[in-house]
Design a protein around this ligand. Sequence first.
Ligand code: FES
Length: 64
Amino acid sequence: MYVCLCHAVTDRDIKQAVENGACTMRHLRDELKVATQCGRCAQCAKGCLNQALAERVCSENEAA
Ligand code: FES
């Protein structure tokens, strides 16, 4: 699903960025330009970020 229409960023893009080490909205802004134009996607992007971070923590715990 598209999260940021201004920059055509999807929830998958955000998940991929988190897998590559992104852990803050600042990282997503720098890497994907999320929420850097109209800003309407900021809330949704934050939700996707938190979900992806939680999934990453879960998979790290399972691997340990
Ligand atoms: S929808 Fe993301 S900056 Fe406009």
